[in-house]
Design a protein around this ligand. Structure first.
Ligand code: GEK
Length: 242
């Protein structure tokens, strides 16, 4: 049974900036499931996409892996021989729990989990790279460099899956999707207090781009075949190919 996310259920005198600490890691599956529309669909289809693009003798990266949901999906789906999954997160609490999750299932695909900043790691021999709701936590000035590094560490024909919360350029459209997302959270049992305290907590931590900004950055790095393969309100998942 997943532990219920009640982190913002009581009034706080001061709402601190959100961080991926032990308390968050503890309730993470429930938090992400009730907060991100289509999360399970995205995870399952990351497996499907990874299986289409994975190449023999290559690495599959799960960057900002949290508890390893995308790594597990890849392990379930990828059939190519001699692949290795490399999962990275800079929260020790997440990495500790990720290892427990991964070890609970048998797999033929070896998986390494590192506690590290994805800005500091090397990407090499990659046929699949997954950034599932991670880029939005990277400081904006570093984002171009991260995408360029990923591109240069990828094999031709490899895929980058980038899932993000996005901002619509059109103000009214943006307000509408934010409102619909809050309704989604209410329907999943979050109170007005929880929604507003969480919003304040992530305000300075999760800085979101528009779809156009993502697309331009990916184009500039050299990626091709941009496809927005999932979208629900202000949550989207894109894929591009090297
Ligand atoms: C999933 N992908 O379940 N380096 C490494 N990790 C980072 C960094 C960084 N610089 N910044 C943030 N993180 C997951 C969900 S959650 C999304 C990803 C969310 C990590 C952070 O510690 C957290 O575990 C993850 O990125 C973002 O498919 O909570 O909205």
């Amino acid at each position: 049974m997943n532990q219920k996310d009640a982190i913002y259920s009581q009034p706080k005198s001061k709402v601190n900036d959100f961080c991926f600490d032990e308390a968050v890691a503890q309730v993470f599956p429930d938090m992400i499931q009730r907060s991100v529309p289509g999360y399970s669909t995205i995870i399952d289809n990351i497996g499907l996409i990874a299986n289409r693009f994975a190449q023999q003798d290559s690495n599959l990266y799960d960057l900002g892996c949290s508890l390893g949901a995308a790594s597990l999906a890849m392990r379930r789906s990828v059939k190519q021989p001699n692949c290795e999954i490399i999962a990275v997160d800079n929260s020790q609490a997440m990495v500790d729990k990720c290892l427990l999750h991964l070890n609970a299932f048998k797999s033929d695909i070896p998986t390494k989990v590192y506690c590290n900043d994805i800005l500091d790691i090397e990407i090499e021999n990659a046929s699949v790279v997954v950034l599932n709701f991670t880029m939005q936590f990277i400081p904006p000035p570093q984002r171009d460099m991260l995408i360029e590094k990923i591109y240069s560490g990828m094999k031709p024909g490899g895929v980058l899956v980038l899932s993000e919360k996005i901002r619509h350029e059109n103000c009214l459209a943006n307000e509408l999707v934010i409102d619909l997302h809050h309704e989604f959270k209410r329907n999943n049992g979050y109170s007005e207090l929880e929604i507003s305290q969480k919003r304040s907590a992530i305000e300075n931590v999760m800085l979101i781009d528009s779809l156009e900004t993502h697309k331009t950055r990916l184009d500039k790095a050299g990626f091709k075949n941009f496809v927005m393969w999932f979208c629900c309100f202000n949550f989207t998942s894109m894929l591009v190919v090297k």
